[in-house]
Design a protein around this ligand. Structure first.
Ligand code: NAP
Length: 493
C-alpha cells in the first residue's frame, strides 16, 4: 500500500537488511538499490547499489570514496557508434507475412496436427511422409543462408585510366628488368637505378652503398627463377637498410581479374600472400602489389609508372591489363540455391589426422564415402589416429610426406582409384618477416603447395572433386605468417 501511494517515485534505496522491499516494487521503469543483501559481500553490495543509482541518473557523491582522485573526461568515441568492420548481413527473411511465418513455425516444430488443420487435410494423408522432408528442407535453407553470410571472394574493379603522373626522385629496380620498366619510369621523370637480385646480405650492402635518397624500390624478384625465396631476400634486405622508401612488389599473372583473364599462377600468387604480410608487419615500408599482364607493351608500362607515381592514391593491390587498370576488392559471394554435394567411393584426405582433416573424414563417412584414405607424415603415430580408426571403420591411415613426390606416387599406387581428394595438410608457424629463413619457408610451403601440385599431377583427372584448404592469410595476410600467407595464396590460385 505504501508503494502504491508513492505514485511517481521511480528510484528506491533500501537500507536493509535485505532486498525484500525492493522486490515488492512493481513499476516497470523503477530502479531499486538494496544496500545490504543476505549472504552477499557488504562492500560489493553497497557499491553495486550506488553504481546502479549513478548509471540511472541519480547524483551520487563519490568524493568520500575517491579521496584525492580527480575525475577524468571519458573518451567520446565509444558513443559515436561508428563501426570499422564489415556489417554482418542479416539472414534472408524467409517470410515477412505473419501468416506465412506461422506456417513455417508449424513446419519447424514438426507439428502434424496443426499443419493438417492449417491445410485442411487429414493428418493421416501422405503428409506424414512429406512433413519430415519439409522440415529438413527448411533447416537446410536456414543453414545455407547463414553460411551465405560468411562467404566472400576476391573481385576486381576497373578504375579510370590513371593520368600521367610524374615520378619524383630516384627509384631502384631490383632484379632483371625483362619487362622494360626502367624506360617507363625514366619517361615519367624518375632517375632509375637497377640492382641485380642477390642474397639478402649482399643486396642490403648494395642498397646501402647507393648513397642518395631513394624515393621508391620496385622488386622484380618475383619474375626470377626462384620467385618466393628471391622476393623474401629483397624484402628482408630492404628492411635491413634504414630507409622509408616504399617497396612495390611486381608479379606477372599472379591474379586473375575475370573470366577473360588467364587463371592465376600459383607460383606468382605466393608473392601476394607475402606482400600482404609485409603490409601488416611493416606499413612504414609498404608500397603495394602490382600484377603485370602477359605482354607488357609501352602502354602497360606507362600505366605501371602512373600507379607507382601515386595516380591511384592509397590503392595498393593493382592489376595492369591490356584493357586498363583494376584494383582488388573483397566481395560478398553467397552460393544461393543449389543441390548439396555428397562424396562417394574413395575419399583421400591429406592431413586427415589433423584438426580439420579429421572433421572432414567424419563428415565424409556420414555422407556417403565408402573408403577413407587419410594421410599425414606421422600416419598412425599421429595423436588421435587410433581413435579415428576405431570411430571410422572405413578409414585407413598412411604415413606420407606430401612434399616428397615419389612418396606420393608410391602411396597412390597402393591406394588405387580415388574419387575425391581433400588437401587439408599444412604447417602453420609464426616467424617475423625479418627472421624468416629458408628452412622456415620450406617447412611451411613445401607440404602445402608442392603437396597440392603433387596430388594434382599424380591422382589423375577422373575425380568428383579436388578440394584444397587455404586460409584468409593468403588474401589479406597475417602478421608473422608471410610464408603461410604465401602458401595459402598459391592454393587459392
Ligand atoms: N584450423 C584453422 O582454423 C584453419 C584456418 C585456416 C586454414 N586452415 C588450413 O586448413 C588445413 C588444416 O588445418 P588444421 O587446423 O586441421 O591443421 P592441423 O591440425 O595442424 O593438421 C594439419 C595436418 O597436416 C599434416 N601435414 C602437415 N604437413 C604435411 C606433409 N608435408 N605431408 C603430409 N601431411 C602433412 C599434419 O600431420 P603430420 O604432422 O603428421 O604430417 C596434420 O595431420 C591447413 O592447411 C590449414 O592451413 C586451418
Amino acid at each position: 500500500d505504501a508503494l502504491a501511494a508513492l505514485d511517481g517515485v521511480t528510484r528506491f534505496v533500501e537500507l536493509g537488511p535485505d532486498g525484500v522491499l525492493s522486490a515488492l516494487v512493481q513499476q516497470p521503469d523503477a530502479v531499486t538499490a538494496p544496500l545490504l543483501r543476505r549472504d552477499r559481500d557488504e562492500v560489493t553490495t553497497v557499491l553495486t547499489a550506488l553504481a546502479t543509482l549513478h548509471v540511472n541518473g541519480v547524483p551520487v557523491d563519490w568524493s568520500p570514496l575517491f579521496t584525492g582522485v580527480r575525475p577524468a573526461e571519458l573518451p567520446t568515441y565509444a558513443f559515436q557508434h561508428q563501426r570499422y568492420w564489415l556489417e554482418s548481413r542479416p539472414a534472408k527473411a524467409v517470410a515477412a507475412d505473419p501468416a506465412e511465418a506461422g506456417f513455417w513455425a508449424t513446419i519447424d516444430r514438426g507439428d502434424l496436427t496443426t499443419l493438417a488443420t492449417e491445410l485442411g487435410v487429414d493428418p493421416l494423408s501422405p503428409l506424414e511422409s512429406v512433413l519430415p522432408a519439409l522440415t529438413s528442407w527448411r533447416a537446410r535453407g536456414r543453414e545455407r543462408s547463414r553460411s551465405d553470410g560468411w562467404r566472400y571472394r576476391v573481385g576486381w574493379q576497373p578504375v579510370p585510366e590513371p593520368g600521367t603522373s610524374v615520378l619524383e626522385g630516384t627509384w631502384v629496380l631490383v632484379g632483371a628488368d625483362t619487362v622494360g620498366l626502367a624506360a617507363a619510369l625514366t619517361d615519367h621523370g624518375a632517375r632509375v637505378l637497377t640492382v641485380g637480385a642477390d642474397e639478402r646480405g649482399a643486396l642490403a650492402r648494395r642498397l646501402r652503398a647507393l648513397d642518395e635518397p631513394i624515393a621508391g624500390v620496385v622488386s622484380l624478384a618475383a619474375l626470377e627463377d626462384a620467385p618466393l625465396l628471391d622476393t623474401f631476400a629483397v624484402v628482408q634486405a630492404c628492411l635491413d637498410v634504414e630507409s622509408t622508401a616504399p617497396l612495390w612488389l611486381i608479379t606477372r599473372g599472379a591474379v586473375s581479374v575475370g573470366r577473360a583473364d588467364a587463371p592465376a599462377g600459383p607460383v606468382q600468387a605466393q608473392t601476394w600472400g607475402l606482400g600482404r604480410t609485409l603490409a601488416l608487419e611493416h606499413p612504414e615500408r609498404w608500397g603495394g602489389l602490382l600484377d603485370l599482364p602477359a605482354v607488357v607493351d609501352s602502354r602497360a608500362a606507362g600505366r605501371v609508372a602512373a600507379v607507382l607515381g601515386g595516380a591511384l592514391g592509397a590503392e595498393d593491390q593493382v592489376a595492369v591489363r591490356g584493357g586498363g587498370v583494376l584494383v582488388r576488392r573483397l566481395e560478398h559471394a553467397p552460393v544461393g540455391s543449389g543441390s548439396v554435394w555428397k562424396p562417394r567411393g574413395t575419399v583421400l584426405i591429406a592431413g586427415g589426422t589433423g584438426g580439420l582433416g579429421a572433421e572432414v573424414a567424419r563428415w565424409a563417412a556420414a555422407n556417403g564415402a565408402e573408403r577413407l584414405v587419410l594421410l599425414s607424415r606421422r600416419g598412425v603415430r599421429a595423436p588421435g589416429a587410433a581413435e579415428l580408426l576405431a570411430e571410422l571403420p572405413m578409414a585407413e591411415i598412411h604415413a606420407c610426406d606430401l612434399a616428397d613426390r615419389s612418396a606420393v606416387e608410391a602411396l597412390l599406387a597402393t591406394v588405387g582409384k580415388v574419387d575425391t581428394v581433400v588437401h587439408a595438410a599444412g604447417v602453420s608457424e609464426h616467424m617475423a618477416l625479418v627472421d624468416a629463413d629458408e628452412e622456415h619457408v620450406r617447412r611451411v610451403v613445401d607440404g602445402k603447395v608442392d603437396g597440392a601440385l603433387h596430388l594434382d599431377a599424380l591422382v589423375g583427372t577422373d575425380l568428383d572433386a579436388f578440394v584444397v584448404f587455404s586460409s584468409i592469410s593468403g588474401v589479406w595476410g597475417s602478421g608473422e605468417q608471410a610464408a603461410y600467407g604465401a602458401a595459402n595464396a598459391a592454393l587459392d590460385a
